[in-house]
Design a protein around this ligand. Sequence first.
Ligand SMILES: Cc1ncc(COP(=O)(O)O)c(C=O)c1O
Ligand SMILES: N[C@@H](CCOP(=O)(O)O)C(=O)O
Length: 471
Amino acid sequence: MTRYISTRGEAPVLGFCDVMLTGLARDGGLYVPETWPQLSPETIAALFGRPYWEVAVEIIRPFVAGEISDAELGRMANEAYATFRHPAVVPLDQVGPNQFLLELFHGPTLAFKDVAMQLISRLMDHVLAKRAQRTTIVVATSGDTGGAAVEAFAGLDNVDLVVLFPYGRISEVQRRMMTTTGAGNVHALAIEGTFDDCQALVKAMFNNHRFRDQVALSGVNSINWARIVAQVVYYFTAAVALGSPQRTVDFTVPTGNFGDIFAGYVAKRMGLPIRWLRIAANVNDILARTLKTGIYEVREVHATTSPSMDIQVSSNFERLLFEASGRDAEQVRRLMGSLKQSGRFVLPDATLAAVRRDFDAGRADETETAAAIRAAWREAGDLVDPHTAVALAVADRDTSDSGIPNIVLSTAHAAKFPDAVEAACGVRPQLPAWLGGLMTKSEHMTVMKNDSAEVERFVLSVSRAAKQGVA
Ligand SMILES: Cc1ncc(COP(=O)(O)O)c(C=O)c1O
Ligand SMILES: N[C@@H](CCOP(=O)(O)O)C(=O)O
């Protein structure tokens, strides 16, 4: 069985299923596998041309070994990726001599979050049914995670889902994906605050051990290891399609909570030849500043046309700090303590140097983002969403060895952000016909203050796990 340890070194060591149901470790840290599985070049080469769900089994197998059989994993992966509207699941498009767009938005909510969420809802349902357990999932979203979670978990018997989103700071399509489901086990909370406030509320619930046990709390943000592992798969399919393991590639990733790009780092640790993992940020550029200066410093969040990246506290950066420090949990605890106390920390030189060996970073402001949307439309007839546009703007500045293909992750469909796309290029992207009813369905949500006690009371009131005293 693969064992998982916390980045803060003070939580129980767990297996995959417990890690998935636990979400955040009990010491406030994030789980990572005790060792990184390695794939040989032959194994990587043999992924070429195989259906996406089969590749998912190959990549995820070592992380769930001893707990979920190949047959069970295969059935769930097959079902999960059958919900995608493209036969390749995540097609790769060439958009320049050496530039490729990896389209991750063909799932049910038109965002890359579906890739992981469709699989982990099945994995969780499977494990909960086997254990005769219920859980209460609380998720913080800056727009896309919430919709994907609602779509994936709506109607599941053993799960109650509470979604916290920043009131007035997401697009209408994103909001409606969370508020129109009608499922009795889904509850949308519009919090008067930012995404960082929502994420802090979720973490506070996890760190309140009495409460977390009472509601059998779980989370499906990328603090949950299961989210990361499911996202590792498309780094392999994309790179192998371009000739890996014989060929080295770069990835440019629109980044907020650092989950997606950390999945790329995991792929690299497993043996995929990646040169740069390039962080692309909007004006909320805490990570780009950190790579430049070595100082991680929280500033005020600015609302942008790429709202899903309007984030300052980038949760998964903690997983990278753990790795880059040589798995020094004491150092991670110190840095996270400093962040909590003063809103900043300074990376030790060796840790910063290790981060810089794998990662590069850039930012695009609103003007540059709009220009990238316009350029994609004029030059290639592609409508790209603002998050993808941030990454294209950053990627286009790259002047390094052009012999290495650069794969830009296209993380959302343009129609999720029609106002921003239309303002930039004059064309209004349309939702696919199968989502046609979304804009006229009635909405259900509760607006709530950024108040931990009030949110906990709400979660308790809807948690069937708490009512049944399962925990
Ligand atoms: C469309 C889109 N792009 C990029 C991101 C950033 O991804 P991550 O938070 O994994 O860094 C998000 C939010 O997660 C998103 O919804
Ligand atoms: N951008 C995200 C923020 C939460 O990220 P997650 O990957 O940790 O769930 C969103 O769209 O909600």
